[in-house]
Design a protein around this ligand. Structure first.
Ligand SMILES: [Zn+2]
Length: 375
């Protein structure tokens, strides 16, 4: 039975697994973590939403109040078009920097809480304990987390720490993310006789104009600010000398609590219906938010203070996470986004994580685990 794990060494082990999504293929990486946790006395269950797309849930303890959950995703984004100056899978180090795809987002975060959990395993066994949720498929629509929540595989948790890259600053949530495709159709004709056809691109131009006047049902949120809408892509037409009979755009909306995504889709549909446009949801990640006055959130703020310049103030982070789906699956406990990675470096060429922060993070997570189990 292992009782001590170096979180830096574990991060390097995780970096060696190529879990670039697509295609993901997280099984080997998940099994590696599962073996480490089983060895420390955790009960481990694997759940695949598709072949080799493996998430895992590991539990220890479970008496009295619900456990505290630590979560992270093992998939990463692709390397990108630019050449890396470092090997993306070898865990190269240079001073305080540990390089690799997923070093910041977010294999270091997983390594930090797994290392803390293994070290405290003997102690955690007797109290409320902890539940560790490692997900596959986060980078494309939180597929792994949705699978676990939809199939009711999560049981219960009293609080959630999402160890995404925050440079160890605790954030109380993030906006929701709802992507849509909007389609207009028409009738094709020879480009010399546009009056015979019905131009789908012209219709789409009007749709985009209409979207400028779209109002969200909630205009602003005290901590998150305003919801946003961006037209991200536009496609239409096959050749210059034909009237196009189809055009599509994709919309990226970022929502705040109080905006229901199904309702948002219907609002867009009714706004655009007079143009003959159809709206189809593409990606749906709800907002995540916990009132900063929550007692446990205040404890987290206090635990983070020694690692920051000052006591944290309530803020939300710009990216979205598995947290919202997991919170739903766990019945709505408070959640924070808190991890060692550098938020600026997520998805970048030559991504790296500060080794110092990984060690801090392990200490911080161990403190949160101990406090949860003592209280
Ligand atoms: Zn991430």
């Amino acid at each position: 039975m292992q009782t001590r794990i170096d979180p830096r060494a574990l991060t390097r082990e995780l970096l060696a697994f190529n879990t670039i999504n697509p295609p993901g293929m997280e099984r080997a990486c998940a099994r590696h973590l599962g073996a480490v946790l089983e060895d420390a006395g955790f009960e481990v269950a694997y759940h695949e939403f598709a072949e080799s797309r493996t998430s895992l849930i590991a539990r220890i303890g479970g008496a009295s109040k619900p456990p505290i959950c630590f979560t992270g995703h093992i998939d990463t984004v692709p390397l990108g078009a630019a050449r890396w100056s470092r090997d993306a899978f070898a865990g190269e180090t240079d001073g305080d920097k540990l390089y690799g795809r997923g070093s910041t987002d977010m294999k270091s975060g997983i390594a930090a809480f797994v290392a803390a959990a293994v070290e405290l395993a003997a102690h955690l066994r007797h109290g409320p304990g902890i539940v560790i949720v490692i997900t596959a498929g986060e980078e494309i629509g939180c597929e792994g987390a949705k699978y676990l929540a939809d199939r009711r595989l999560l049981d219960r948790a009293g609080a959630i720490v999402v160890a995404e890259p925050t440079a160890n600053y605790p954030y109380v949530g993030h906006k929701g993310l709802a992507w849509f495709e909007v389609e207009t159709t028409g009738v094709t004709a020879h480009g010399s006789m546009p009056e015979v056809g019905d131009n789908a691109i012209v219709k789409m131009a009007r749709v985009i104009g209409d979207l400028e006047d779209f109002h969200f049902p909630v205009e602003s949120h005290g901590v998150m600010g305003r919801p946003t809408l961006n037209v991200g892509t536009i496609r239409g037409g096959l050749n210059t000398n034909s009237v196009p009979d189809r055009a599509t755009i994709t919309l990226d909306t970022r929502t705040v609590p109080g905006i229901d995504h199904a309702h948002l889709c219907r609002s867009l549909e009714s706004l655009l219906a007079p143009r003959g446009a159809h709206v189809r949801p593409l990606v749906d990640t709800p907002p995540l938010y916990t009132d900063p006055a929550n007692e446990w959130v205040q404890q987290v703020f206090e635990a983070c203070t020694p690692f920051l310049d000052a006591r944290p103030t309530p803020k939300t982070i710009t990216f979205s996470t598995d947290g919202a789906d997991l919170k739903r699956g766990f019945g709505g406990p408070p959640a924070v986004v808190l991890g060692p990675g550098e938020p600026k470096l997520a998805h970048q060429t030559d991504e790296w994580c500060s080794i110092h922060r990984i060690e801090q993070s392990k200490e911080l997570f161990a403190t949160l685990m101990r406090r949860w189990c003592e209280a």
